[in-house]
Design a protein around this ligand. Structure first.
Ligand code: ADP
Ligand code: MG
Ligand code: MG
Length: 256
């Protein structure tokens, strides 16, 4: 059976002051179409590295393994080709752009992907119509489109803006690395609701977090625990509760 996303034996290194440092040490992961999976794991286990390698960031060297995405060799595709194929990586730290209108900014991002997909670009009027409709569907205030990009936005508003961008790009596969947003409960809820609103048989997501709370809102289909560059254990949402109860140290000791 051809899986939607299939990662097998994935190894990757980063240049650490002149010598390669292995970070991913044989990652195996299958995400079927229409499912939302979560990865949890202690700091430094390679979660962010996995998201960067999947999105095609240059700093990493893939030294082994395979990633197939809808039957294509994802690792052979340029980052732009991956985006055109529907792979979306959410930004971890949204930039503030004073003087840049948010609607224009979002339209530029959407049109870049549409160009790569050979779809006609949206003019300002068409885009605003689509963006307002999407904002409404996500229960967001469309006034956000008129402001400057992220300037004076609360943590929750920045997340709303990111989720709006994700929704407008209509990804097939979204990777959200939520490591740094955990302190703001409002932001976590926005992410969870945004992913839930996109749930469909043709959308999958990989949500990286170490916040049990996010997973309570999101209710993922599967939870994977990553440690030392590999997926150590996979299970249902109850695995997140087990981790919470045991702590990573206790969990890793038991799994070893
Ligand atoms: P996580 O997201 O799970 O916290 P990361 O993928 O950010 O883990 O990092 C995995 C490991 O790779 C860590 O030990 C980190 O120190 C190391 N690492 C990440 N980037 C670099 C780099 N540029 N140079 C050297 N080591 C790095
Ligand atoms: Mg980290
Ligand atoms: Mg990280």
């Amino acid at each position: 059976m051809s899986q939607f996303l299939s990662i097998s034996g994935l190894r990757a290194t980063i240049d650490d002051q002149g010598s390669p440092k292995e970070i991913l040490r044989g990652v195996d992961l299958e995400i079927p179409a229409g499912e939302v999976h979560a990865i949890m794991g202690p700091n430094g286990s390679g979660k962010s590295t996995l998201s960067y390698v999947l999105s095609g960031r240059e700093d990493y060297e893939v030294t082994g393994g395979e990633v197939s995405f809808e039957g294509r060799d994802l690792l052979a595709m340029e980052p732009e080709e991956r985006a055109a194929a529907g792979v979306f990586l959410a930004f971890q730290a949204p930039v503030e752009l004073p003087g840049v209108n948010n609607a224009n900014f979002l339209r530029t991002a959407v049109n870049a992907v549409r160009r790569a997909r050979n779809e006609p670009e949206l003019d300002a009027v068409q885009f605003l119509k689509a963006a307002r409709a999407e904002a409404k569907r996500l229960s967001m205030d469309a006034e956000m489109l008129k402001r400057n990009v992220n300037v004076g936005f609360s943590g929750g508003e920045k997340k709303r803006n990111e989720v709006l961008q994700m929704a407008l790009l209509q990804p097939r596969f979204a990777i959200l690395d939520e490591t740094d947003s955990g302190l703001d409960i409002d932001a976590l809820r926005v992410v969870a609701e945004g992913v839930k609103a996109l749930r469909s048989p043709s959308f999958s997501a990989l949500v990286i977090t170490h916040h049990q709370r996010l997973l309570d809102y999101l209710v993922p289909d599967r939870v994977h625990v990553m440690a030392r560059g590999r997926i150590l254990k996979s299970g249902g949402p109850e695995l997140a509760h087990q981790l919470e109860a045991q702590g990573y140290a206790g969990f890793l000791a038991e799994a070893a």
